[in-house]
Every structure is written in C-alpha cells, then in structure tokens.
Ligand binder design. Structure first.
Ligand code: CA2
Length: 144
C-alpha cells in the first residue's frame, strides 16, 4: 500500500501559533508520527505541504496510477476550492479528508467542505490522531 499525505496552506506553521486550536506540535512532528505508523504497518508514505492551490491540485493528480490512497487536510481551501474537489474526482484515488480541529464547533464558514463530496470519509477534531485514523480508514476501504 502506497499513500500520499497532503497538507494545505499554513499547516507548515503548526506549533507556532494558535496552540489552543491546533496543538503545540509541529508539522515535522506530524510527519514523524505518520511515518512511524506507516513504517510499522509496511505502508509506503510520502508527504506534500503547499500554500498554493495549484500545487495541491498537482499533488492530487500525481497519485493517478501511482498511489493507493490520499490523506488530505486542505486547510482553508477546504471551504473554497472546487479545483481540489474536481482533482480528487478526476483521479479517483480513494481519499480521506482530515481536519485537526472540530469544524462543527467553529465558524459557520468552516462547516462547508467542497472536497468532502469526493472523499470516502472525513475525520475532524481528533488532532494529529485524525491522520492515523484516516490511514486506518483507507486500509479498511482498500481491503474490501
Ligand atoms: O482543522 C484543520 O485542520 C483546518 O483544516 C486547519 C486550517 C483551517 O483553515 C481549517 O478551517 C481547519 C488552517 C490551518 C492553519 O494552521 C495554523 C497553524 C499555526 C498557526 C495558525 C494556523
């Protein structure tokens, strides 16, 4: 099993500000936790973080015929980007949407997710554990 973990805008700043919402661990800590799980489970994992919508589209497209699954936290593009939705639909790679914070408990504009419609599941409000849960969900989906 081969997966790509994609993180969108500002997630490279994890641990630097707003620890009450996003925790105090860094983006490097997040990748290390995911890598540790994947190594233990024999999953090949790679990571992309970008602050640019088009680069996120490119990352999604790169999985076509090359990866079994995507874990994506599109950051604020969650709430605005039809391009990311279209990219996930176009490649057809099984994708799980993840959010560190509990979107349901936040501002109304964060309740909208365009990409959700193309995903096999959404995990929100579980902190970094949500990424690990997303990998478990992909595994279950791919075993079917
Ligand atoms: O909860 C999530 O994971 C979000 O996708 C994070 C996005 C936010 O726009 C979404 O509504 C929910 C923002 C990530 C910003 O990360 C920061 C990290 C450090 C300091 C400030 C922001």
């Amino acid at each position: 099993m081969k997966i790509l973990v994609i993180n969108g805008p500002n997630l490279n700043l994890l641990g630097i500000r707003e620890p009450s919402i996003y925790g105090s661990a860094t983006y490097a800590d997040l990748c290390a936790r995911i890598k540790e799980k994947c190594d233990a489970e024999g999953i090949a994992v790679s990571f992309v973080q970008s602050n640019h919508e088009g680069e996120l589209v490119d990352a999604i497209q790169s999985t076509y015929g090359a990866c079994d699954g995507i874990v994506i936290n599109p950051g604020a593009y969650t709430h605005t980007s039809i391009a990311l939705l279209d990219a996930v639909k176009a490649v057809g790679t099984p994708t799980v949407e993840v959010h560190i914070s509990d979107l349901a408990a936040r501002e109304a504009f964060r309740q909208i997710s365009y990409v959700r419609a193309a995903c096999i599941g959404t995990i929100a409000g579980r902190g970094f554990d949500g990424y690990l849960d997303a990998i478990d969900l992909l595994k279950l989906h791919l075993q079917k």
